[in-house]
Design a binder for this molecule. Structure first.
Ligand SMILES: Nc1ncnc2c1ncn2[C@@H]1O[C@H](COP(=O)(O)OP(=O)(O)OP(=O)(O)O)[C@@H](O)[C@H]1O
Ligand SMILES: [Mg+2]
Length: 239
């Protein structure tokens, strides 16, 4: 039985009068991939933004291995080990691939030698980034930019990696690559929280899964259980 790394209790987020997240409970277990799936506008991104401290929580508590992160500002949440992959593959297009990766380490206090080690590890994980290290990030393809965004987040040495729809806008074969890489990163020990509209792919790689509908968790289980759940099949997997 794996230990709980991140515990979210009663999280609520409102935009003005609209309550986008209506009191959700989540647990991420150490070393697992947990996914939050749901339709357009269900509250997935809002949940991640609240965890990262980028939108205000109206209620609830967020604890990372007993450390209360609820009221911390974004940079302290990153320093505590919860790191979100930049959305929309927001790489800095006028910097080189290497410079983008180095920027990911900005909250770390360890030495240059460790950072170079980690850079090497990321180049092993993404050989294409090594080949293109000194080229501009803006010249990478969409899939390569997504890999760079993931690599940059890894440079922060996360204990838990948060991703918001890494498959968005990518060709199916590239999506396969991204999901394969996430699994590899997870097998190296990293806990992952993956938000996806691509329900089938997300459930396939997830140890645990939650389904969110209009701001509430309506189903939870293992990825395999939810893949086989008739309600999930009807609503999200085309029957
Ligand atoms: N900045 C905002 N101001 C007002 N309402 C917002 C804002 N961002 C999101 N919302 C609303 O909050 C609800 C949840 O949106 P959210 O972006 O979290 O959904 P999502 O599950 O990520 O959807 P998608 O799959 O389309 O990315 C939606 O009703 C959305 O219209
Ligand atoms: Mg979203």
């Amino acid at each position: 039985m794996s230990a709980v790394l991140l515990k979210v209790d009663g999280l609520k987020v409102a935009y003005g009068h609209i309550e986008a997240v209506k009191g959700i409970d989540l647990e991420l277990h150490e070393g697992q991939i947990t996914t939050l799936v749901g339709a357009n506008g269900a509250g997935k991104s809002t949940t991640l933004l609240a965890l990262s401290g980028l939108v205000k929580k109206a209620a609830g508590k967020v604890e990372l291995q007993g450390q209360d992160l609820t009221s911390l500002p974004p940079h302290k949440i990153v320093a505590a080990g919860m790191v979100q992959v930049a959305e929309g593959r927001a790489t800095l297009t006028t910097l080189s691939v290497r410079e983008n990766l180095e920027l990911g380490a900005y909250t770390r206090r360890d030495g240059r030698a460790q950072r170079l080690d980690d850079l090497d590890r990321i180049f092993t994980l993404f050989p294409v980034l090594k080949d293109r290290a000194d080229g501009l990030a803006g010249n990478l393809s969409g899939g390569e930019q997504q890999m760079l965004a993931i690599g940059r987040a890894l440079m922060a040495k996360p204990r838990v990696l948060l991703l918001d729809e890494p498959s968005m806008g990518l060709a199916p074969i590239i999506v396969q690559d991204i999901f394969r890489t996430l699994r590899e990163i997870n097998q190296n020990g990293l806990t992952i929280f993956l938000v996806e509209q691509n329900v089938r792919q997300a459930l396939k790689i997830a140890d645990r899964a939650y389904v969110i509908e209009t701001g509430r968790i309506v189903l939870a289980g293992s990825g395999r259980e939810l893949l086989g759940n008739p309600k999930v099949q009807d609503a999200y997997l085309g029957g």
